[in-house]
Ligand binder design. Structure first.
Ligand SMILES: Nc1ncnc2c1ncn2[C@@H]1O[C@H](COP(=O)(O)OP(=O)(O)OP(=O)(O)O)[C@@H](O)[C@H]1O
Length: 587
């Protein structure tokens, strides 16, 4: 709660003060309406006139038939206004709080290290953004204000009851610890159920997202029934927790009600006995019962609030755990923008995902404008090596330098500004082709975009689309073919015009018109840029200035295509089996 106050609520303290002021006003006006009953009944029914008359102003005592209802209606109006003020201010603060947390969570997600994102479940983030923030709002705004209001009503009712008959009130208070113990019991159960339900909600989100992402694999393998059963099992587990929580919640309020009704019965008996001896008036008795009723109702509300608070604070704990993960890959305090560089150097670079070493002692130098092909068996570390250049991951040891400047001495933004990435399966956003091309260079001119489209050999197919550059590509570029997506990604890289290019070449062979165009566009893109390329095509490796052959995370051979073929080692072997056409035929 302290943290919620410090990080979120403090900024809205004016609105919160208004909400709490309104809550107190609601409590007071509720009490006042009930308090009016005693002198009202006593005056109207002519009971013990003198006592009632001394409790109210003279004009009320003089004309109770008019003034008692008028005062009660006025107090009710005050209460209505206070309730409206309470609702609007709490809603405003609460929903602003949700928006702020959701925005922070997304900011945290988008700035997180890849290493962290790979470990976290996307569903867990999704359910935090969508549900946890709402649960936390309910507890920290509505919950807190209702606590203040209903606690106020209970305390004020007890004080008024003590004024009417302190002995009876002392007796009533004895029930307090019993109610406390009952509520405590339900509170524990609700908390446990809330935690379980929230965990299953994130599992459910993950399961749904995974099934949709892999829908083709699901269908081709006829695994719809399996996926249905998998999701049903999660729903079932989630429901069990939700039902447990709902049962605890549903039992807490009636238990409190039963206890307060027992108290009411005892009060009726005791008050009747006191009335017989003339120690209690009808007005006093009616007001006492009404106060007791109000206190009982507020106690029930407090019992219901236990769930809201339990869920809210469990959600808050989860949210804070997610928000507290700070990225480790950040700018050094004295980082400078990356300037022009004449070479990229890897100097004894090693890397591990966790404890598993993936790259060992990688050393090489790429001069500006050269193309470096990375080849090697699957899992040898080619993608990992590429990932180190834009600092998607940081090397465990060794140095990467741009010219003479160490990679960690430059700002992340300037480093990534100078790198373009074209991957095997390029990612497109559900936006227009224009926006997708300009993603790396927002605000690029129409001319620059048109030039990038021409360079990427994408103009023909874009011209055939009904809205040309303004055609939306669908989620993940689903309305375009693989070759078209590739060319848009290449146009994006052309427009970014970065000096360093990372390419993960498509594995398929050059056998269609579209793929020939892609290949030619890539060759134009590589011209004049330092290119690191995971090569799957013989034509690419043959033209590379330097080929690094990786095996188990180490460079085992290096040189040009001809030099490596002459070595007759791993490269020659790979060239025979891995590349599209046999070496003999291609050479
Ligand atoms: N995010 C990750 N977490 C843990 N291990 C990983 C991760 N990514 C890759 N690895 C492991 O690191 C090793 C190298 O993987 P990498 O993707 O760099 O190989 P690659 O040579 O690019 O393979 P391929 O040609 O099959 O794409 C593999 O053993 C892989 O299991």
């Amino acid at each position: 709660m302290q943290r919620v106050w410090r990080d979120y609520l403090q900024a809205f303290k004016g609105f919160l003060a208004l909400a709490i002021g309104c809550a107190i006003m609601v409590a007071i006006s509720t009490q006042f309406v009930i308090w009016c009953l005693k002198p009202g009944i006593e005056l109207l029914f002519g009971e013990s006139d003198s006592a009632a008359a001394s409790e109210v102003p003279a004009f009320v005592a003089a004309n109770p038939l008019i003034w008692v209802p008028v005062v009660m209606i006025a107090a009710t109006l005050v209460r209505l206004i206070a309730q409206l003020g309470l609702a609007t201010s709490v809603n405003k603060v609460g929903h602003r709080l949700v928006g702020r947390i959701q925005s922070q969570l997304f900011g945290n997600l988008i700035h997180a290290d890849l290493g962290h994102l790979n470990k976290a479940h996307s569903g867990s983030y999704l359910s935090s953004v969508l549900f946890d923030a709402g649960l936390m709002r309910e507890a920290t705004t509505n919950g807190v204000v209702n606590y203040v209001q209903h606690t106020g009503i209970v305390v004020a009712a007890l004080v008024s009851m003590a004024q009417i008959d302190w002995r009876m009130t002392l007796g009533v208070l004895l029930i307090g610890p019993v109610i406390g113990a009952v509520l405590g019991q339900y509170n524990r159960r609700t908390k446990k159920a809330a935690q379980g339900a929230m965990d299953e909600t994130s599992t459910l989100s993950t399961a749904i997202m995974e099934s949709l992402d892999g829908v083709k694999i699901v269908k081709i393998n006829n695994r719809e029934a399996y996926e249905q059963a998998r999701v049903d099992a999660v729903i079932e587990r989630r429901q069990k927790h939700v039902i447990k929580g709902a049962n605890a919640r549903a039992s807490a309020a009636p238990m409190t009600e039963a206890l307060t009704t027992i108290v009411l019965a005892l009060v009726v008996a005791y008050a009747g006995w006191r009335a017989q001896s003339g120690a209690m008036t009808l007005g006093g008795f009616t007001a006492y019962i009404a106060f007791l009723g109000a206190a009982g109702q507020s106690l029930r509300q407090l019992a219901n609030l236990q769930t809201v608070m339990a869920e809210g604070f469990t959600a808050a704990r989860r949210l804070f755990t997610a928000l507290d993960v700070a990225p480790e890959i950040t700018d050094a305090p004295d980082a400078k923008p990356l300037g022009a560089f004449d070479r990229v150097t890897f100097d004894r670079v090693s890397f591990a995902y966790g404890d598993a070493p993936v790259l060992r002692d990688i050393s090489f130098e790429a001069r500006a404008g050269q193309s470096i092909a990375l080849v090697g068996p699957s899992g040898s570390g080619k993608s990992t090596l590429l990932n180190l250049l834009p600092r998607f991951y940081d090397a465990v040891s060794g140095d990467i330098r741009f010219g003479d400047t160490p990679q960690r001495a430059v700002t992340l933004n300037s480093l990534r500004d100078r790198i373009a990435l074209v991957s095997q399966d390029p990612f497109l956003f559900d936006d227009t082709i224009r926006a997708n091309i300009a993603y790396g260079k927002p605000g690029a001119s129409d001319d620059a975009i048109a030039q990038a489209v021409r360079d990427a050999a994408a103009e023909d197919f874009i011209a055939e689309l009904p809205q040309g550059l303004d055609t939306r590509v669908g989620e993940g570029g689903s309305r375009l073919s693989g070759g078209q997506k590739q060319r848009i990604a290449i146009a994006r890289a052309f427009l970014k015009d970065a000096p360093l290019l990372l390419l993960d070449e498509a594995t398929s062979a050059l056998d269609t018109q579209s793929e020939i165009k892609v290949q030619q566009a890539l060759e134009r893109l590589m011209a004049g840029r330092t290119t690191f390329i995971i090569a799957h095509r013989l034509s690419t490796v043959r033209h590379a200035d330097q080929i690094l052959v990786l095996k188990d995370g180490e460079i085992v051979e290096r040189g040009t295509h001809d030099q490596l073929l002459n070595l007759n080692g791993l490269y020659a072997e790979l060239a025979q089996t891995q590349f599209a056409r046999p070496v003999a035929e291609a050479v």
